[in-house]
Structures are given as C-alpha cells and as structure tokens.
Design a protein around this ligand. Structure first.
Ligand SMILES: *[C@@H]1O[C@H](CO)[C@@H](O)[C@H](O)[C@H]1NC(C)=O
Ligand SMILES: *[C@@H]1O[C@H](CO)[C@@H](O)[C@H](O)[C@H]1NC(C)=O
Ligand SMILES: *[C@@H]1O[C@H](CO)[C@@H](O)[C@H](O)[C@H]1NC(C)=O
Ligand SMILES: *[C@@H]1O[C@H](CO)[C@@H](O)[C@H](O)[C@H]1NC(C)=O
Ligand SMILES: *[C@@H]1O[C@H](CO)[C@@H](O)[C@H](O)[C@H]1NC(C)=O
Ligand SMILES: *[C@@H]1O[C@H](CO)[C@@H](O)[C@H](O)[C@H]1NC(C)=O
Ligand SMILES: *[C@@H]1O[C@H](CO)[C@@H](O)[C@H](O)[C@H]1NC(C)=O
Ligand SMILES: *[C@@H]1O[C@H](CO)[C@@H](O)[C@H](O)[C@H]1NC(C)=O
Length: 664
C-alpha cells in the first residue's frame, strides 16, 4: 500500500512536469513566462474627495491571490474569489454585490470582459450618475435624470481590485476560470494575482485633506488651452466684445485608462477644432465686430475644474489669460456632445440656451440662419424643450455661477436626456459616434459664430457659404483622438508633438509640480499639447520670415513656438495659452498642496469635492495555476503514512530477519 501511494505521488509529479515542459526552458524568466500569464488590463483606481473615497484598491498592503470563477458559476461561493463578469451581467453583478452580503464578502477581485463587439451593444451602460455633477447645477431640480441609464457604480468605494481585461486576454482568462469549475476534483486551481496596492490605503489617509498633507495623493488636474482668432494685439487698445466658444477634452470612466469619451465630450472638441480650421480660412477676420476666442477645458468631469479655474484666473488677471477681459464676454457658445445621429440618418441638434431673452433671440436666430445655409439635408437644429429644468451638465454651469446674466448656449445631440447610452463608460468609443454628425455640427458652429461676430448689415450669404469644412480633417482627428491605430502617432499630431502614448485616453490625470502658465511640456497631457499647437497654428498670422527654428520661446511676446518638440519649431504670431486646471479650493505653496476654506465669492467652491488620485507604485494583474491546499494536505498525509508504514515494515522485516537468524 505504501509503495502504491509513493508510486502514485511520483507518477503525478512527473506527469505534471511533463505537461508543463512543452516548451523548452532555458532560464528563470522562461520558467516564469510559462507559469504566469500577465493579463493586459485596465484598473479601476482609488480617488479621494474631502469626505471620503471612491474607486478600487487592494484591501491592504499585500497582493491579492484568489481563485478565478465565472460570475454565472458563482451561485454559491465559500471562499474569496476573483469573479469574471461579462458586460451583459454587469448590472446583476453590482446589484448582487449590494444585496447579498455573503457574496460581497467573498469577492476578492473582479475581472470585467470589455464587451466591445458591436452586435452586443444592445443594452446601454453608464457608471455615472443620473444627473452627473448635480451639485453644480444652477437650478434646484437636481433629481432630474439627464442620464437615466446611469447606475452610479463608479462613485462607490470598493475594497477589492477591479480590472477591465483587454480583448486579447479574454480567452486565456475565460479558459482558466472555466477550468476551476470543471476540474473541481483535480487538486489545482487557477488563481488571479492582483497588485493594486494604493498608497492612501497603506498610509491610512482616507480623504483628500489628509492624503495631500501626508503626500500620498495628488490633485486631479491638467492644462486647459485657449486661443483667439485673429490673435489679440495687446498694444492695440481696441477691445471688442468676446464670443467664447467652449469644449471639453477630458472624460471619466470606471477604468482610469479607458476614458475615451468619444461622444461625450470628444465629439464636441473635434467639432471645435474643425470649426476653427474652417474659420481660419475666412478673409477679413480683423474686421469682425466681435472677437472669437476658443477654449478647451480639462478636468470638467471632476468638478468643472477647467472652467472654474479659468474664471478665477480671469478675476486675478493672471499671465495665463492676459489679453482677455471677463467683462467683455458677450456670449458663451459651448459645443457639448454632437457625435450622435438618429437611426433614420437625421442629425438632430438641440440648443440649450440660458434665459436671457434679448441675446437668446440673437443666438437662436444665428443658429437658424446657419442651419438654413448648410449644404446637408437631414440636419435639424431645435431649441431644447421648455420642460427641461435648465441647461444640461456642462461648463456653462460654471459661467452661470459666476454671472447668472451670461448669455449662453450649449449645442447637444440630445434634448431632454442623453442619447449616448454609454456615458462615461469604456464603450463610449469610436463605434458610438458618426463622423457625419460631427462634420455637420462643426460647420453649423463655424457659420453661427461668423453670423454672431458679423454686423448684420454686412452679412452676405456668399460670405457665409464660403465657409467650408474640411471633412478629411475631421476623419483624421477622429483617428488620432479616438482610435489606437494610428492614434496619437498620426501625421497630424506628430507634426506638432512627440506623444508619450499612442492609444489616446482622455482621463484628466494629476497635476504634477507647481501650476504655471508656461508649464514644462513633460507635465502636460498629450492631448492638451496637441490642442495648443493645433489652435496656435490655425489661428496664427503667417510670418514673412520663418527661417529660424525655435525650441522653446520666441523673442516677441506676441509670438509662440509651434512644433517645438519635433525639433522643427517655428515662431508664429498667435494668442494661444495654457491655463492650469485644478480645484479653486487648492493652493500650491512651498512644494505642497493646501486645501483652502470655502470662499463666499466662489459659490461652486463650497460644493467642490476636491478630487485627488492616490499614489501607487506598480499595478499588475497575472494569473497562474497553484496546487490547492487540499492537494498539499494529501501529499503531507501520504508522506506521513508512508513514513509510518515504512517504520512498521522495517520493524516487521527486522523481526522476521531476527526470527530467521534465531532459527538458524
Ligand atoms: C465624496 O466621496 C464619497 C464616497 O466616499 C461620496 O459619498 C460623496 O458623495 C463624495 N462627495 C462629493 C461631493 O461628491
Ligand atoms: C500691434 O499693433 C501695433 C500698432 O498698430 C503694430 O505696430 C504691431 O505690429 C501689432 N502687432 C502685431 C503682432 O500684429
Ligand atoms: C475690462 O473691460 C472693462 C469694460 O470695457 C473695463 O472697464 C476694464 O478696465 C477692463 N479691464 C481690464 C483689466 O482691462
Ligand atoms: C453615419 O450615418 C449615416 C447616415 O446618415 C450612415 O450612412 C453612415 O454609415 C454612418 N456612419 C457610421 C460610421 O456609422
Ligand atoms: C426675436 O426674434 C423674432 C424674429 O426672429 C422677432 O420677431 C422677435 O420680436 C424677437 N424678440 C425679441 C424679444 O427680440
Ligand atoms: C484637409 O485636411 C487634410 C488632412 O489634414 C489635409 O491633408 C488637407 O490639405 C486639408 N485640405 C484643405 C483644403 O485644407
Ligand atoms: C525677410 O528676410 C529678407 C532676407 O532674408 C529680408 O530682406 C527682409 O527684410 C526680411 N523681412 C522682414 C519683415 O524681416
Ligand atoms: C476669496 O476670493 C477672492 C478672489 O476671488 C480673494 O480676493 C479673497 O482673498 C478670497 N478670500 C479668502 C478668505 O480667501
């Protein structure tokens, strides 16, 4: 019997060695590669605000190692496990997490399958709230549902790691998880190892105030960009009223590095860039009666950081906004989500306007006139429903908080609630928009701005019709900003900057070092740098002699150096600047961040959550096979049994030998 067990053990071990020896191994890394599968994934990370935490983190300072199981096989789980969830089951997963405390306590980690296949996108998914950032609304009705599908799951705190796995990792992970169920009787188990240890968890700092003090987190923020067309000549004191055209360049998502935001808000950014390009070819811009200024905010998803900081910098008349005067802002024209088309091919845009009757009429008439001039059929602009409680979530809210009399409009592809079924989810990607909707919006905006900036008597329809859109430019920008191929390595972007990443991601990021109007390029997001260069180029006045190459600044204060990173920079006359975007409740002082008390002159500051991101060292996810403890015990028991049996065998043998010897 003892020999039998021993033999069995030897056989099992050698069989396992043979199995794993398919590829020849020559080094320890080879061995590791064959044992571990590094899973390509995107983590949900820990964010903090003044009152608490959201997002995900390992519960302690250690890696989490738990067996994998499919959510549909997880009817009963008795040990902490990594649950593999498909997008079809995502709502039932989060519902069960809330209702079933036994299940919740056994969730050791979560792996989410991306579900990017077009044919599977029948159900919407939005981890955002039903009224995103409702506290900033300039009206009382904050239970209104702009985003009815919003589940709000990204605003909860999870003390376990959650990863979105990449398309290429699905099948091996799926296979490993399924094996765990099939092979219940085999004494091995496929585990996932999560490395999502957050500094704030380690240090026990559980809100923004304490983590900033202990330096375990950094504030969310970045750099907004503004530019004027034509450039503002500061020495020429001839200030015109300003038409401020606004878009956002940042989105949010449950998974930090999958914040694509194709429809909301990047479609609006693309329309703005294309409209600037169209207007830059118009003759006689100097003769317009109003000054066109374009501004692209970042940090808008996290408490309207960009617009609020911009307005504060205007108040402070800082360098980053020199040339602009707050009191001269005549109209705020915001381009929101404009990437959606209805199924019957109609592009329906809605103008959400503020209630300032005289200017509302003017803005609306300009939009109507511009729409009538469009060469496209099937494009319609309507005023938003009067049953809406007010404007939808937008940067315009920050302008209204500053001055409730500001005349503003937000152009959107929805009326009473979002048509985007994937607001702030990783599925708001390239497939969620239609480029012809963006093209229509861009031309509509360009012509509306021209009408608004021109004296009515001087407006001619031939001048209006001469404003043309470059549709291949729109297609190209879509490829650069919303797709990994070519992504930021596209020709258009490479002409201006050396991008750090290729796959575009529109998460705002954290603000590194002291905020400045002339930031170190390494601390500025790829997309901000691209937008800055693109706007500077399109709004510039061509210079006669552009032979000299610049690498940083130009001699003349009215000039900027475009393409500086590429080694072939040129100085052009342009008023284009970076404006830091970070909470108005924060101040950077002698190397660290301080939270300021609320200021009565900044009503939005009082409701600002002051978002920060926890620091972390490495984030990793891999899977491998381990022997279950049951198997280890089996081996141990086998070993003990063998020893005891051998002892008796020896005693018995010795006895019989003795007997035999005695007999002799
Ligand atoms: C801050 O985070 C907590 C979650 O811990 C959340 O309940 C709270 O609403 C957040 N505060 C704001 C102003 O969003
Ligand atoms: C600004 O205006 C002044 C006065 O007309 C002129 O001399 C100067 O060249 C202008 N600067 C630019 C950059 O156009
Ligand atoms: C802004 O414009 C107003 C009105 O034209 C003027 O009174 C004020 O002095 C200007 N402010 C600055 C800083 O130029
Ligand atoms: C965009 O909509 C038009 C109909 O207006 C349709 O023909 C076209 O295929 C759509 N494009 C995409 C990329 O879905
Ligand atoms: C608004 O414009 C319409 C023409 O489109 C005009 O009839 C009406 O009087 C205007 N209302 C105001 C308040 O200016
Ligand atoms: C339109 O955009 C494309 C892509 O950026 C560019 O190659 C082309 O020269 C542009 N056409 C015009 C007329 O500006
Ligand atoms: C441009 O350069 C040429 C010679 O290279 C020179 O003659 C001319 O004056 C320059 N023009 C300006 C505006 O500097
Ligand atoms: C409030 O903000 C204003 C500028 O907007 C500033 O002048 C003032 O000092 C601030 N008050 C406090 C108490 O920080």
């Amino acid at each position: 019997m003892a020999f039998h067990i021993l033999h069995l053990l030897l056989f099992l071990t050698s069989a396992r060695l043979c199995l794993s020896d398919e590829h020849s191994m020559e080094s320890v890394p080879d061995l590791q590669n064959s044992m571990y599968l590094v899973v390509d994934g995107y983590p949900c990370i820990r964010l903090l605000n003044l009152s608490g935490e959201i997002g995900c983190s390992n519960p302690g300072r250690e890696k989490v190692v738990v067996p994998m199981i499919n959510f549909k096989d997880a009817d009963e789980i008795f040990q902490p496990s990594a649950i593999l969830v498909s997008m079809d089951d995502i709502s039932s997963f989060f519902a069960r997490l809330q209702d079933d405390s036994n299940f919740a306590s056994n969730v050791g980690g979560v792996l989410i399958k991306p579900g990017t296949e077009i044919q599977k996108r029948t159900k919407g998914f939005s981890p955002a709230q039903k009224f995103p950032q409702a506290k900033f609304a300039p009206y009382q009705k904050i239970d209104y549902e702009w985003n009815p599908i919003g589940s709000g799951v990204m605003w909860n705190q999870y003390n376990f790691p959650v990863f979105l796995i990449s398309e290429s990792s699905i099948s091996p992970v799926q296979e490993a998880a399924s094996k765990n169920v099939k092979d219940k009787k085999v004494y091995t188990s496929n585990v996932a190892e999560f490395d999502l240890v957050m500094q704030t968890t380690k240090a026990g700092t559980h809100n923004s105030m304490s983590c900033l003090k202990e330096e375990t987190c950094l504030p969310l923020g970045g750099y907004s960009v503004w530019s004027s067309l034509p450039p503002i000549n500061i020495s020429l004191d001839k200030s015109k009223p300003i038409i401020l055209t606004v878009a956002s360049m940042d989105s949010a998502s449950f998974f930090r590095d999958k914040s694509i935001g194709a429809d909301s808000p990047i479609s609006g950014l693309i329309a703005l860039l294309a409209a600037v390009d169209a207007l830059s070819h118009v003759d006689g811009l100097d003769d317009l009666h109003k000054q066109l200024v374009f501004v692209v905010f970042t940090g808008e998803s996290w408490g309207y950081l960009g617009s609020r900081r911009f307005l504060l910098e205007l108040d402070l008349q800082s360098d980053s906004v020199s040339g602009l005067n707050n009191t001269l802002i005549d109209t705020v024209f915001e381009i929101g989500s404009v990437g959606k088309k209805s199924n019957d091919g109609f592009g329906n845009f809605f103008a959400h306007m503020t209630e300032v009757s005289s200017s509302k009429n003017e803005t609306w008439n300009a939009l109507k006139l511009a729409q009538e001039s469009l060469p496209f059929e099937n494009i319609k602009v309507s005023p938003a429903s009067t049953t809406n409680p007010g404007i939808p979530p937008s940067s315009l809210m920050a302008f209204l908080a500053k001055n409730s009399q500001v005349s503003g409009v937000v152009l959107e592809d929805f009326d009473t609630s979002f048509t985007n079924q994937f607001y702030q989810s990783h599925l708001d990607d390239l497939h969620n928009i239609n480029s012809s909707a963006i093209e229509a919006a861009a031309l509509l905006v360009a012509r509306t701005l021209y009408i608004l900036a021109t004296n009515k008597k001087e407006l001619s329809s031939s001048a209006l019709n001469a404003i043309k859109l470059n549709t291949s430019l729109v297609e190209e920008i879509i490829g650069c900003l919303l797709n990994c191929d070519p992504g930021l390595s596209c020709e258009l972007v490479k002409r201006y900057i050396s991008p750090i990443n290729v796959c575009p991601n529109h998460y705002v990021g954290v603000i590194l070092d002291e905020p400045s109007s002339t930031p170190y390029p390494g601390y500025v997001h790829d997309v901000s740098r691209f937008v800055w260069n693109f706007l500077a180029d399109r709004t510039s006045i061509p210079k006669e002699n552009t032979s000299s190459v610049c690498s940083q600044n130009c001699d003349d204060k009215s000039e900027v150096c475009i393409g500086a990173e590429t080694g072939k920079g040129t100085c052009v006359v342009s008023t284009t600047r970076y404006v830091p975007a970070y909470s108005t409740r924060l101040m950077f002082e002698s190397g660290s961040w301080n939270v300021l008390p609320p200021n009565s002159s900044d009503p939005m500051g009082a409701v600002d959550p002051v978002w920060t991101e926890s620091n972390w060292n490495t984030i990793g996810l891999r899977t491998y096979t381990v022997q279950a403890t049951a198997y280890d015990r089996f081996v141990l028991l086998g070993g003990i049994t063998t020893t005891i049996l051998s002892y008796f065998a020896i005693v018995a043998v010795r006895g019989s030998i003795m007997k035999a010897l005695k007999k002799d």
